[in-house]
Structures are given as structure tokens and as C-alpha cells.
Design a protein around this ligand. Structure first.
Ligand code: CP
Ligand code: NVA
Length: 308
């Protein structure tokens, strides 16, 4: 594959609005095919590299299973094998891997490293989570919203908690799908404010930061939350608890939202911190559908990137 033709998926905005919608449609089609036992080996023989510098349950499993179901396979690689940028340059890693693999998927800390890897790679690079973005999760989440609410457009989505890679990914999604995105967080835990400005300037969606959690949750169609200390920042949990306690997704907060509010969490969850167990057990909490849809959404992204 030549450099000029290859596409990467490092953030949601690597896809146009039409491509985001088409990819979600394909994910739903692949989900049906799988459930009906229909063959869909669109990546026959394709081998994906799965590089992990952080732990994972959902992402590793859904990518490995996804490659297999598409007729390909994958190789799990950790930092002890490649020591990215230290044992050898990111350039050389990208060039070598491009000679073996159909796609390079990576979960790491620095988003810049992933951009550099993608710049030099001759095959598609897929972001499986960086400190800044987690686009595959968002594709699965949008699919889940569509399945449960029959639309993904013009909903009030309330992101509650730490301004992190998930919050940034929601803003990227708001650049592609129209929504009223409200971020309920403290002044000390804001997301990427350049992205906040950029998203509002683009004008497709509105993004609001609201420090009053009850006000933020008012009339929400969707309430979404994530851990208060992300991988790589777990040592900050004490101060994060102090900052974010008012933003816990509990019954009091859920009662501010629409009656049929959809409750979402990318998982893993830390119950009693960002979300309470009674909330996650509500019939309209869809966290395991989100987890399942990681499989279908990523298979669709891979097919879109690799289709000739
Ligand atoms: N949601 C998610 O990415 O989960 P893992 O960290 O287990 O992959
Ligand atoms: N913000 C979390 C997401 C986990 C899927 C983290 O980066 O650890």
C-alpha cells in the first residue's frame, strides 16, 4: 500500500461525518452477520500488530477476536519487545512493521508518538487509546446510542467527571455528529480547552462546561462517565477524589435527567467513585452493550481502512 493512499484512525476526525455514519452502519451489519453465523472474512490473511504499553481487557480481546472473525489474525506486542523510541526510533519501528502487518494498532501514553508512528508507517495505524484520545471507544459508544435511542443526532450528552481522553474524544465526535455536549467537571479537571474552543467554533454542536453537576445533568438524554484517574495517572487519585466527588453519577444526579436517560461508562469502572452500583444496575445502563460493540465497531473501522 502506498503512503498517499493509506488512512489512519488516530482520532474521530480522521473520518468525515459520512464516514463515521457509514462505519457505524457497517458495524451494525457486521454484528447481525456474526449473530446469524454469516461469513464476513473481509480481511482474509491480514495480520494486525497490537502494541500495548498499558493494560487492557476490552481493547485487546475485541481487537484479537475481531481480526480473527474477519479472517485475519493478530500479534500481541508489549513494550518489552519494542521499547518504542528507545531500542530503536519510531521511524524504524514503523518501517519494519509496515513490511509484516496489514495494520498497526497501538495503545500507549503519548499521542505524539502515535502520530509519528502513523506518519512513517506505510500501513494504517489505529489508536487503541492514548493519554489524549480513545476513538475506538467512541465509535462503539455512538453505535450503542443509536441502537438504544434510534438516533445519534441532536441529543443532550452529559459527560460527567474527569476531563480526560474520553472527554476529548467526545468533543471530537461532536465535530462529526451534531449534539449538545455538556461537560460536568471541576475547574481543576478541565479537558483540552483548545479542542473545546475549536469544536464550538466549528458550529456543528455546542459544547458547554458546567461546574454545577445537577444543572449539567438536567434533561440529559445520555449520562456518560469514566474513572477519575486514568492509566498512567493513578497516583493522582487522592486529589482527584476531592475535586470530583460532586460529579459522581448517583441516583440524585440521574434523577435530573430525562426519565429514559441512557447511562454509559467505557469501563473499567471504580464503583463508589465516579459511579454508584445502583446506577450501573439500572435497566437503562448500557455499559456491557458498549463493551460488546467495541468488537463490531472496530471491525468496521478496520474494514473501512483496509478496503481496497
Ligand atoms: N474501555 C476500554 O478501553 O477498556 P480496556 O482498558 O479494558 O481495554
Ligand atoms: N480514561 C481511561 C479510559 C479507560 C478505557 C484511561 O485512560 O485509563
Amino acid at each position: 500500500m502506498s503512503i498517499s493512499k493509506k488512512r489512519d484512525f488516530l482520532t474521530i476526525t480522521d473520518f468525515t461525518s459520512d464516514e463515521v455514519r457509514a462505519s457505524i452502519d457497517l458495524a451494525i451489519e457486521l454484528k447481525t452477520k456474526l449473530k446469524n453465523g454469516e461469513k464476513h472474512d473481509y480481511l482474509k490473511g491480514g495480520v494486525g500488530a497490537l502494541i500495548f504499553h498499558k493494560p487492557s481487557l476490552r481493547t485487546r480481546s475485541s481487537f484479537e477476536v475481531g481480526f480473527r472473525q474477519l479472517g485475519g489474525s493478530s500479534v500481541y506486542i508489549t513494550n518489552s519487545e519494542i521499547d518504542l523510541g528507545k531500542r530503536e526510533t519510531i521511524h524504524d519501528v514503523a518501517k519494519v512493521m509496515s513490511r509484516y502487518y496489514a495494520a498497526i494498532c497501538i495503545r500507549t501514553f503519548s499521542h505524539k508518538d502515535v502520530e509519528e508512528l502513523a506518519f512513517h508507517a506505510d500501513v494504517p495505524v489505529v489508536n487503541m487509546l492514548t493519554d489524549n484520545f480513545h476513538p475506538c471507544q467512541l465509535m462503539a459508544d455512538m453505535q450503542t446510542i443509536f441502537e438504544h435511542r434510534k438516533t445519534m443526532d441532536n441529543l443532550k450528552i452529559v459527560y460527567m467527571g474527569d476531563g480526560n481522553n474520553m472527554t476529548n474524544s467526545w468533543m471530537k465526535m461532536a465535530q462529526r455528529i451534531p449534539m449538545e455536549l455538556t461537560i460536568g467537571t471541576s475547574p481543576q479537571t478541565l479537558p483540552d480547552m483548545n479542542l473545546f474552543k475549536e469544536t464550538n467554533e466549528l458550529g456543528l454542536s455546542t459544547v458547554t462546561i458546567e461546574h454545577d453537576p445537577l444543572k449539567a445533568a438536567k434533561e440529559a438524554d445520555v449520562i456518560y462517565t469514566d474513572v477519575w484517574a486514568s492509566m498512567g495517572a493513578k497516583d493522582k487519585i487522592k486529589e482527584q477524589i476531592e475535586r470530583l466527588n460532586p460529579y459522581q453519577v448517583n441516583m440524585n444526579l440521574v434523577n435530573q435527567a430525562k426519565k429514559d436517560v441512557t447511562i454509559m461508562h467505557c469501563l473499567p469502572a471504580e464503583y463508589g467513585r465516579e459511579i454508584t452500583e445502583d446506577v450501573i444496575k439500572l435497566p437503562n445502563a448500557v455499559v456491557f452493550d458498549e463493551a460488546e460493540n467495541r468488537l463490531h465497531a472496530q471491525k468496521a473501522v478496520l474494514v473501512k481502512l483496509l478496503e481496497k
